[in-house]
Write a protein that binds this ligand. Structure first.
Ligand code: ATP
Ligand code: MG
Length: 465
């Protein structure tokens, strides 16, 4: 096999500039055609490429190295979209890249990369990754076939097989502004198809996160998954459970903070991927209570998509609090039936649900703390008499807690009159606020009920919790 690959390496280079060639590769499909799309045959113009990315590409070229844009940026430029970032690949190894740029640092353990920094703008420069021929030493797979370490440098012809989808494997060559396509990525781009390079089952086993990437790109680009990829996801969804929870947390954020959270949620559920990320939420969705449990989450997803569309910010903890609210609420109800008082039941339920969630996706401490605060504010909104409302309004998470109260009341899980009261209270003058928080008058003697309520509080459990 090694001799065949070496032979292919020799023949591909010269033909690259001439047009098409057939290549056999054990990681890729049986036959692939290398096609060069000249500047006239595609719509990527240098005006769309960031100045800093162009500087890096030209500089590498000037130093005698090959330099290409690759990945999401080429895919997005072809669609006329502004790329999130510009990734460069080269045949220079990281140390050589460092020598070319003063403003450069090397990062990464699994695969060393160079970051060329222009103030806050960073251009990532990777060295071509090698093919699987040295699999025994520098590439490490675990027993399920997952890639653990991958530090082999290679050529562009090898690098292409390491990439996930054909549309992510197009190379924009700074030398002649052509697009180099080894895997039919341009054709898939035109038809809006996400197709894995190589055998889908094998590629998902190597890195199950590719299933989440498939969904993310399908939603973001409006592309459809090709049939083989779809089938493999249905079979392989459970493989995601083997991925470290910190990586799944990062991927979950990318999925749900993308501006297409609702659609992403539906598709993840369709493929059985959502239950691996949020098992407790998935279980709670099966428990229908007048149709409202699903509504809260759906409304939260919809709201955050709308906020992004309006250019507003969204916070991860608020959405995650919505994901886990039903599991927390159901567990708290169970605990109350067993005799726990409301406040304690919610605290305990929150701890248990968070502890079980972090087995799937990590939750940084500041995130889980903020989620707990949003939840624990909910019963506190019931206290409308005396000084409690004015104290509550000063709580650092008041705004998030109030937004969550609105979400609950809009979806049948909270009292709309209570939510309206808090809306009014926030906008009222000090004088009006004082009136709003006075105890109701006793209809018999016309006096304020304040004293009685204090007396009651001294002898009965706190009614607000
Ligand atoms: P985005 O618009 O989200 O940045 P992207 O395609 O650029 O999309 P990145 O995570 O930035 O995604 O990765 C850059 C490129 O690296 C991808 O286009 C793909 O070619 C390759 N890549 C990234 N992650 C993987 C993976 N898990 N398996 C295979 N190839 C990958
Ligand atoms: Mg990218």
């Amino acid at each position: 096999m090694k001799t065949i690959l070496n032979f292919l390496k020799k023949i591909i280079k010269p033909v690259l500039s001439r047009g098409q060639v057939s290549v056999q590769n054990e990681a890729g499909p049986a036959t692939a055609h290398v096609k060069i799309y000249t500047r006239a045959e595609h719509n990527i113009s240098r005006a769309q490429i960031s100045e800093n990315a162009l500087k890096v590409l030209y500089r590498l070229q000037k130093e005698g190295y090959e330099a290409y844009l690759v990945g999401g940026c080429v895919r997005d430029l072809l669609l006329g979209r502004e790329p999130k970032d510009f990734d460069v690949v080269t045949n220079a190894d990281p140390d050589q890249v460092r020598k070319v740029f003063r403003n450069c640092r090397l990062i990464g353990r699994r695969f060393r990369l160079a970051h060329v920094c222009f103030g806050r703008d960073i251009i990532e420069v990777a060295t071509f990754r090698g093919a699987g021929e040295e699999q025994n030493d520098k590439q490490v797979l675990n027993k399920e076939g997952r890639l653990l370490r991958d530090n082999v440098y290679g050529t562009i012809e090898e690098d292409v097989w390491r990439r996930d989808f054909t549309v992510n494997a197009l190379y924009y060559n700074i030398k002649d502004f052509s697009v180099v396509d080894f895997v039919g990525g341009m054709a898939d781009h035109k038809t809006g198809t996400l197709r894995l390079i190589g055998d889908p089952d094998m590629r998902f086993r190597e890195d199950p996160v590719r299933m989440l990437r498939a969904v993310r790109f399908a939603v973001k680009l409006g592309f459809k998954l090709d049939e083989a990829c779809e089938k493999a996801i249905h079979n392989d969804a459970q493989l995601l459970a083997s991925i470290p929870s910190a990586r799944l947390y990062d991927e979950a954020l990318k999925l749900f903070l993308s501006g297409y959270a609702l659609q992403t949620f539906e598709i993840l559920r369709h493929y059985g991927l959502f239950q691996v990320l949020f098992p407790a939420t998935e279980n709670s969705l099966a428990i229908e209570e007048d149709g409202f449990p699903r509504l809260l989450l759906i409304k939260a997803l919809e709201n955050s998509d709308n906020r992004i569309a309006e250019g507003k910010t969204i916070t991860a903890y608020f959405l995650l609090a919505a994901f886990l609210w039903e599991p927390v609420r159901l567990l708290a109800n169970k605990k109350m039936k067993q005799g726990e008082i409301e406040f304690v039941a919610y605290q305990d339920a929150a701890s248990e649900i968070i502890a079980s969630q972090i087995r799937s996706t990590a939750l940084p401490r500041h995130i889980s703390m903020a989620m707990r605060e949003v939840w624990s504010l909910q019963p506190k909104f019931n206290a409308r008499i005396g000084s409690k409302p004015s104290r509550l309004i000063g709580h650092p998470r008041f705004r998030a807690g109030y937004d969550f109260l609105l979400l609950r009341s809009e979806t049948g899980g909270g009292d709309p009159e209570l939510a309206e009261w808090w809306t009014k209270y926030q906008h009222a003058s000090e004088n009006e606020q004082r009136k709003m928080t006075q105890p109701p008058r006793n209809p018999q003697n016309g006096k304020s009920g304040r004293k009685r309520s204090y007396q009651r509080k001294a002898t009965a459990p706190n009614p607000e919790v």
